[in-house]
Design a protein around this ligand. Structure first.
Ligand code: 3PG
Length: 220
């Protein structure tokens, strides 16, 4: 019997339900608050309803609130959560899930008791094994391409057959196919359908078109 706090299986099931509803989770860096809702709408219109909004910009929290209000059908994940204080802030906003780029035992322990499920970031087998001790079975593999890509994840499947991943970081419309073909990949994350250049130009139709191309190629 493990002595550390264990994540309830129901949280893994909730994450599975979120990831099963999409093949791709767009990872968004929102620099200007006025871009939040049109950007999210462009992605939802293109067929992607699960969004990761990173806490990398000053307006990220307000952006999540506005998107929640304007697009209640969207599933909102807070990304780039780096510590327990930020996790608490995301719980208060009422996001649907939290994503970390890397994960400490303190974050695993906090998330194991939270009502808001965590997709914890890992880059190595040892980090997966640490998360496993807390009951986690679903992880974000980050940065995926820089850490060996689909080949690495295929190898992770040998010792960790029950663990599944959302690879993110360097995933493109083309290499997504290699990841999504693996039995231990539940969905992928990426920013290619919402490039900063199109956001800066406020080319929402262009983002919807890139999103549509992605969802047509990788339907759920
Ligand atoms: C990130 O957290 O920056 C995401 O992994 C996005 O990576 P990408 O821009 O390489 O898709």
């Amino acid at each position: 019997m493990s002595s550390v706090t264990q994540l309830p299986a129901s949280q893994t099931a909730r994450l599975d339900a979120i990831c099963a509803s999409t093949s791709i989770i767009p990872v968004l860096v929102i620099e200007k608050l006025e871009h939040a809702v049109p950007l999210a709408k462009a992605l939802v219109d293109g067929g992607l309803g699960v969004l990761e909004i990173t806490l990398r910009t000053d307006c990220a929290v307000e952006a999540m609130k506005q998107i929640r209000e304007a697009l209640p059908q969207a599933t909102i994940g807070a990304g780039t959560v780096l510590d327990v204080d930020q996790y608490r802030q995301c719980e208060e906003i009422g996001v649907d899930f939290v994503v970390t780029p890397g994960t400490t035992p303190a974050l695993f322990a906090y998330a194991a008791n939270s009502e808001v499920p965590l997709l914890p970031g890992v880059a190595t087998v040892s980090e997966v094994v640490t998360g496993r001790e807390f009951g986690f079975r679903r992880f974000k593999f980050f940065p995926a391409e820089a850490n060996g890509g689909a080949k690495a994840l295929k190898s992770f499947g040998g010792p960790l057959p029950e663990v599944k991943f959302c690879p993110t970081g360097g995933v493109t419309v083309d290499n997504a196919a290699d990841y999504l073909a693996l039995p231990n990949v539940i969905c992928v994350g990426g920013s290619w359908m919402a490039p900063q250049s199109l956001i800066d130009q406020e080319d929402w139709a262009g983002i919807t078109e890139l999103t549509r191309q992605a969802t047509q190629r990788y339907p759920r």
